[in-house]
Structure formats: structure tokens, C-alpha cells
Design a protein around this ligand. Structure first.
Ligand code: 5GP
Length: 356
């Protein structure tokens, strides 16, 4: 047994110190970034924010909206080849969509079938997604998929520590997905005791990923899960995240997945984890008895139109930039000084907030 003594941090444990700034208007702040990668020869330009590959936000409907803002939709795993064939009859923009696959035999089979039909080429990104990225077999699958898809930008995760981040990149991934336990619908920490405070995981893994470099580019990371507020997205970028992936922040909108439910005259939307009892029953027809559910099901208040939230999100990031003196998103980590805090971010008025 060993105890690591250093206290690690979550987003709510820090604030950003304001810095002298010469930016005159928030609209001058550039949120787009251009990335090159360690393996993929592609160059990608956009706002590096993406949906989680969850049924409530990784959907075709959301992709039609987010692609207009140059943000990425990571599709959930439950679409069939037929669903994709239909979708691509009208949707033509590969840059802002990501195909998700698990590593089970049937997942790989579907990916191969997508490849044979020329559908995989309609995506810039492929995400290899497992709850526990520490399995040795995961590295083998990444190597195989890299051979099969030499040009794609491959995302793989989830992990939370630095050595494995490097290993995953060297095995064939361009981007490593960081986060075990922080997700809003995730009960892994509670059920198993396993996890890592998310901001520290992001800072440490970004540092090791960026250290893996070649003439084409460097390793990249995604901060996945745990962003409760737009400020958490800003903090993840400041900590060195190249991309932010969010589930609950993109759920609950008119255009999000999940049922709309009326209760006592108020409108709610479903939000549920990918390994919740609901997801397992709805999409696989059953929950295997050897597995515990590590996902929550919740009804969240209906949030209205997703487009309004995106404007607010971009406005908030521009505002962070002006406070810390960053002219572009790329400068966030250079400009950031975190202050450790020991209280929550709310003010006493929060409980009276009407949301208007
Ligand atoms: P959020 O942005 O909602 O806080 O977190 C989204 C992330 O939570 C997802 O990208 C994924 O990594 C994680 N997640 C989603 N569903 C589940 C689940 O059922 N169990 C666990 N452990 N994590 C989940």
C-alpha cells in the first residue's frame, strides 16, 4: 500500500487570477485553434469543444448545429451502419464529427463494415472509448485501428495518469481522453472508489502528451467530463487541455437526445450515463448481472435552445480571455495562474436565481 500525499485538484478548487490585459473588445478574442497531430497527417481548425459520446448529446441533430460553430459532435455508439448511411445523404462536413467505437468484437466488426462501405472516410475523427483505458488489450486495439485508418485523427481513452497517456499516443492515438469519475452522470468514484481529481489529471496528462512530439505534431488531450459551468471549460483549457468534451452541458436542450418529460407544469429532459441501467436496457436490451451500473439517470430542467447556450459559452470564454490577457484560446495555459480556493464559486443569491 502507498499513499500519494500531494492534494490533487478539481475545477472547483481553483480560480483564475486576473492579469493585465490590452484586449479592447471581447470580439477580438480568437477561439479557433489549428492543430496538427502526432500520427494523423490531417490539420484541423475549429473551436476545440466536443460533445460526449452519450445518447443525450452525441446525436445527428446536435451535429447539425455544432458543426455550424466548428465544434465537434462525438456520436454515441448506438447508431447502426444504416443510420449512418441515411445521415450522410444530407450531412457532408467530416471535420466536426467523430465516430465512436468500443473495443468489443461487435464494435470492431461495425467499424470494419463502416470502412468497407466508405462511411468511415466521412469522419475526420474516430474515438476508441472504454471506461478503463488501462487494459493491455486496449493498446493492441489502438495499434490495429491505426493500421486500418492511417489518416484519421484517433482519440482513445479514458485514463488519468501521465505514463499511460504517453503509451496510448505511442500506440497510435493522436488524442488521449482524460477523465475517470468526474462526469455528472458517473458513479464510478462512489461505486468503486477509483478516480483522480480532474483538473490535476488534465494538467499532468497534457504535460506528458505535449512532450511526445515529432516533425508532424505533438500528442494532444481532451478534458472529458466534470465541467459543470462554462468556467470549468476555461479552466481545463488553462490547465493545458487541447479539447474539452462535455456531456451534461450539451444535454437538456430542445435539440438534445432523451425524452422531454412534463412534471407539475415544468419541463424536464432526461440525462443518463452510458453505463446507467437505462442505457444498458434501452440499447443492449439487458444489464449483465456481473456488471454494476456506474451511471446515473436524472431529469434535468429543460434548458431551451442549444444555440443560446453556445453563444453564452463563447461569450464566457472570450471574457475569461480578456480577464487573463489572452488574445486567443491558444494562449490560455501561458497566461493562466490558478489560485487554490477552499470555498464554492456561488454567491448567496444563487438560491434566488430565476434563470432570466
Ligand atoms: P459530463 O460532461 O456530463 O460531466 O461528463 C461526460 C462524461 O462522463 C462522458 O464523456 C464520459 O466520459 C463520462 N460518462 C458518461 N456516462 C457515464 C457512465 O454511465 N458512467 C461513467 N463512469 N462515466 C460516464
Amino acid at each position: 500500500m502507498r499513499i500519494l500525499d500531494e492534494i490533487k485538484l478539481d475545477y472547483q478548487d481553483v480560480l483564475l487570477r486576473p492579469k493585465r490585459s490590452t484586449i479592447e473588445s471581447r470580439k477580438d478574442v480568437i477561439l479557433e485553434r489549428t492543430f496538427t497531430f502526432y500520427h494523423s497527417p490531417k490539420e484541423w481548425t475549429g473551436i476545440p469543444i466536443m460533445t460526449a459520446n452519450m445518447a443525450t448529446c452525441g446525436t445527428f441533430e446536435i451535429a447539425k448545429i455544432l458543426s455550424k460553430y466548428k465544434m465537434i459532435t462525438t456520436f454515441h455508439k448506438y447508431y447502426s451502419v444504416k443510420d449512418y448511411e441515411n445521415f450522410f445523404k444530407t450531412f457532408k462536413n467530416p471535420d466536426y464529427i467523430c465516430y465512436t467505437s468500443g473495443i468489443r468484437e461487435q464494435d470492431i466488426k461495425q467499424m470494419k463494415s463502416m470502412k468497407q462501405k466508405g462511411l468511415l472516410e466521412k469522419f475526420s475523427f474516430i474515438c476508441l472509448d472504454v471506461p478503463n483505458g488501462y487494459l493491455q488489450n486496449f493498446l493492441e486495439v489502438i495499434k490495429d485501428v491505426r493500421k486500418m485508418c492511417p489518416k484519421h485523427i484517433i482519440i482513445a481513452g479514458n485514463v488519468v495518469t501521465n505514463e499511460i497517456t504517453e503509451e496510448i499516443i505511442l500506440a497510435g492515438a493522436d488524442i488521449v481522453k482524460i477523465g475517470i469519475g468526474p462526469g455528472a452522470a458517473c458513479t464510478t468514484r462512489k461505486m468503486t472508489g477509483v478516480g483522480y481529481p480532474q483538473l490535476s489529471a488534465v494538467i499532468e496528462c497534457a504535460d506528458s502528451a505535449h512532450g511526445v512530439s515529432n516533425e508532424k505534431g505533438v500528442g494532444r488531450i481532451i478534458a472529458d467530463g466534470g465541467q459543470q459551468y462554462t468556467s470549468d471549460i476555461a479552466k481545463a483549457f488553462c490547465g493545458g487541455a487541447d479539447f474539452n468534451m462535455c456531456g451534461s452541458l450539451f444535454s437538456g436542450f430542445e435539440q438534445s437526445g432523451g425524452e422531454t418529460i412534463e412534471k407539475d407544469g415544468k419541463k424536464f429532459k432526461e440525462y443518463f450515463g452510458s453505463s446507467s441501467n437505462k442505457a444498458m436496457k434501452d440499447f443492449y436490451g439487458k444489464k449483465d448481472t456481473y456488471r454494476a451500473s456506474e451511471g446515473r439517470y436524472a431529469l434535468i430542467p429543460h434548458k431551451g435552445d442549444l444555440n443560446d447556450f453556445i453563444s453564452e459559452l463563447m461569450g464566457a470564454l472570450r471574457s475569461t480571455a480578456t480577464y487573463i490577457g489572452a488574445r486567443q484560446l491558444k494562449e490560455f495555459p501561458k497566461r493562466a495562474t490558478f489560485i487554490k480556493v477552499n470555498r464554492q464559486l456561488t454567491t448567496y443569491l444563487e438560491k434566488y436565481d430565476t434563470g432570466n
